[in-house]
Design a protein around this ligand. Structure first.
Ligand SMILES: Cc1cc2nc3c(=O)[nH]c(=O)nc-3n(C[C@H](O)[C@H](O)[C@H](O)COP(=O)(O)OP(=O)(O)OC[C@H]3O[C@@H](n4cnc5c(N)ncnc54)[C@H](O)[C@@H]3O)c2cc1C
Length: 398
């Protein structure tokens, strides 16, 4: 496999690097997921990309995709990671969007795809329930047909950013008597302003607020919001999960994180010498870089498969496990490097204009919060244990 980029691909990189440098919104420059981002900040870059026609690169061109090759999309991801760009949220762009253009009808495509492309409409994912996470097919939220509507009752949980969502895609049980639990599930789009929906916050260990419980009580939803066929929702749900998982690997972002870590370790001292010169610490950083390089090659191999027309399959489980393990090790090593300076709660730092200054160097701020936050990565999108089960069955054939 040739890992060199072609002259055209390098020219493409220059073009998009130039576009990012000139168009990335100044007011969110340098801000990352642990910074205070308003809902408007979270979609600011998405809106610029929507106008340029670059917000949904992976979609088929007829629905607004760019027609870029898988390698070009990879370069696009790398260049955005280089500036730590706040990327379009996945719920519309890489989750429900592909489900709608693949399984939805023409009305649904016309109604929902433009709002996803332009970032006008914010989506959330209503899959998990208190008793249905790994064992998703045991979900209990019901949708009962009543004339032209469904009446929906139940509770979803861990619903990311539902507090800002205009619409949600929900898995609901439409046939409680189906022979297998997977067979009685439907995929339904719900306007989050419909009466009977209550969104309750769940506070996370890093102090942030990004997930919710969503309670649905007698929520009346037009039956035209059903995607595909009734009771076939499991097929669409699995299709969506494969797309969700391949995006979670985050190789380009981890590469940037490793560079940042090495920089920190040059400035932090251990026994009077830069931490990066400590054999024990340097070994851990090197091992991380080796694992990341191996993951990158695996991802490029998957991309080559996609280029040849293969959709994301069980390899996405492999990318998810390794990618998230690396993300977690990166945050562990960063916290180890900055030590106690990583622990102050970033939100307690004085506002601009105060005489007090935050404790420790700027690069240490948020290190503990990020460490805690990234524990989620081995859980969401299907836990890593479940991904190993999938790899065992689907790739190793055991
Ligand atoms: C930050 C965050 C954001 C999320 N966002 C969303 C969202 O927007 N929408 C949404 O629908 N869901 C969301 N989730 C939910 C996520 O998909 C579930 O947490 C995940 O699927 C695991 O389910 P669970 O939490 O119920 O754990 P459980 O399924 O109860 O699992 C508990 C533990 O047992 C292990 N385990 C379970 N079954 C097996 C098995 N068969 N073999 C081996 N080990 C097993 C698991 O790996 C885990 O370690 C989010 C979760 C987090 C943490």
């Amino acid at each position: 496999m040739n890992l060199e980029f072609t002259a055209e691909e390098n020219a493409f990189r220059d073009e998009i690097r130039n576009f990012i440098e000139n168009n990335y919104p100044k007011h969110i420059e340098g801000k990352g997921i642990q910074d205070e981002l308003s809902p408007e900040d979270m979609v600011a870059w998405h809106k610029v990309l929507g106008e340029k026609g670059w917000s949904v690169p992976a979609w088929p061109e007829q629905y607004g995709g760019t027609g870029w090759t898988a390698t070009q999309r990879y370069i696009w991801g790398e260049e955005n990671a280089r500036v730590n760009a706040v990327m379009p949220l996945p719920f519309g762009v890489s989750m429900v969007g592909p489900v709608i253009y693949t399984f939805g009808n023409e009305e649904q495509k016309a109604k929902h795809l433009p709002g996803i492309k332009s970032a006008e409409v914010w989506w959330c994912q209503g899959y998990s329930e208190p008793g249905a996470g790994s064992d998703l097919a045991s979900l209990k939220t019901t949708a009962v047909r009543d004339g032209d509507d469904y009446i929906i009752n139940g509770q979803k949980t861990w619903t990311t950013l539902a507090q800002h969502a205009d619409w949600g895609f929900f898995l609901c049980r439409t046939d409680p008597d189906a022979p297998k639990p997977q067979q009685g599930i439907s995929f339904i789009l719900i306007d989050m302003k419909t009466p009977g929906i209550e969104v309750r916050p769940i506070k996370l260990i890093d102090g942030g607020y990004e997930v919710n419980e969503v309670w649905l009580t007698d929520v009346r939803v037009p039956a035209e919001n059903l995607i595909g066929e009734e009771n076939k929702g499991w097929t669409y749900a699995k299709f969506l999960l494969a797309h969700e998982r391949s995006g979670i690997a985050g190789v380009a972002r981890s590469k940037r994180g490793v560079e940042k870590l090495k920089d920190i370790a040059k400035h932090e001292l251990l026994d009077g010498k830069p931490l990066i010169q400590d054999m024990g610490f340097a070994t851990k950083v090197s091992q991380l870089e080796i694992d990341l390089a191996a993951l990158e090659i695996t991802e490029l191999r998957t991309l080559a498969g996609e280029q040849a027309g293969k959709g994301p399959g069980p390899e996405s489980s492999l990318l998810k496990v390794k990618g998230t393990e690396i993300q977690q090790r990166l945050t562990e090593l960063t916290l180890e490097a900055v030590g106690i300076y990583g622990t102050p709660d970033a939100d307690s730092f004085p506002d601009d204009g105060s005489n007090d200054f935050p404790i420790g160097p700027d690069y240490a701020h948020h290190a503990a919060a990020t460490y805690f936050n990234m524990r989620k990565t081995s859980i969401y999108g299907g836990s890593n244990e479940i991904q190993r089960n999938i790899i065992t069955k689907m790739i190793l054939g055991l």
